[in-house]
Design a protein around this ligand. Sequence first.
Ligand code: UFG
Length: 333
Amino acid sequence: MKNVLVTGGAGYIGSHTCKALAAAGVQPVSFDDLSGGDEALVRWGPLVVGDLRDTARLAATIKQHAVDAVIHFAGRIAVGESVAAPWLHYGANVAGSLSLLEAMRQGGARHLVFSSSAAVYGLPDVPWVSEEMPLQPISPYGRTKLMIEQALRDYAAASEQRAIALRYFNAAGADPDGETGELHEPETHLIPLALAALDGGKPLTVFGDDYDTPDGTCIRDYVHVTDLADAHVRALAALESGDAPAALNVGSGRGYSVREVLTVIEQVVGRAVPICMGQRRAGDPARLVADARRIRQALDWTPAHSTLPEIVASAWAWHRGGAKATRGQVEAA
Ligand code: UFG
């Protein structure tokens, strides 16, 4: 069986992708420092606990498992944190990624699928954002992603390494079988915070209702994490066939406002999310929705689970079941 190294394999998108790889007959080898991920989510292959900046350890792992392809999720994700403590993001996302690229060179691994972000676009003032839009990130987090995208192009021009950067829009939802899901600590994302508010947590703060959108709240493109995982499996195949574009948006192409998300949650769960109205959050664009035509064509990918009711229902099932059970295991350990 072919082995693929998955950095951040114990994390949210990483663990869903490990499941998708295993279903495609590929063995995922997770490399994770468990700072943001959870060992309990590593269910589809071995786990190597290590720091991405330990180039020698990474290179040894690549050699030991005869890895030719890497999917690179590990990194810091909170935009606000990147403003307050940019060293954390430059250290993990830039230094960590460069260490991985060097380990791939030393270990002879040629293919990389890189977790990039719609944050590379900054505040695009268009209804649908295509890959051709100017790359003008407004946060240190977004800049770390853009820097690595640029490094990947330079490495590809000078070596055998080939990479594809997947620019995620809003990953959401959970594994339909309840085997993995979102477990961020602290949680900053809209849907899990809204579900926690429904379940006795503190009311959800809506970050602004004075945006230039039909209901005044921000519009985002939510893509089911299972569809996102499928995009990674397809991206690997495209790299192997030598036919991969440098960067692709991964989104559904459909936007929902914060209020629309809250309405769907109420419909799915049967209760209204307790909310309070807050100030705008710095750096939030009014609307961020993917032009997702290129990925559909390049990877023959269609988001099969990314309707908002399906996303919310799977997230709610995970919140009530798997997340509590997994947290319980961690607390009991
Ligand atoms: N929101 C709230 N209250 C909350 C949390 C979020 O109103 O407590 C709103 C946000 O203002 C935004 C929407 O819900 O309008 C979605 O916010 P998330 O924090 O869930 O997601 P973001 O769109 O901010 O972030 C996502 C990814 C980031 C990435 C960014 C690109 O999670 O990693 O898109 O802009 F950088």
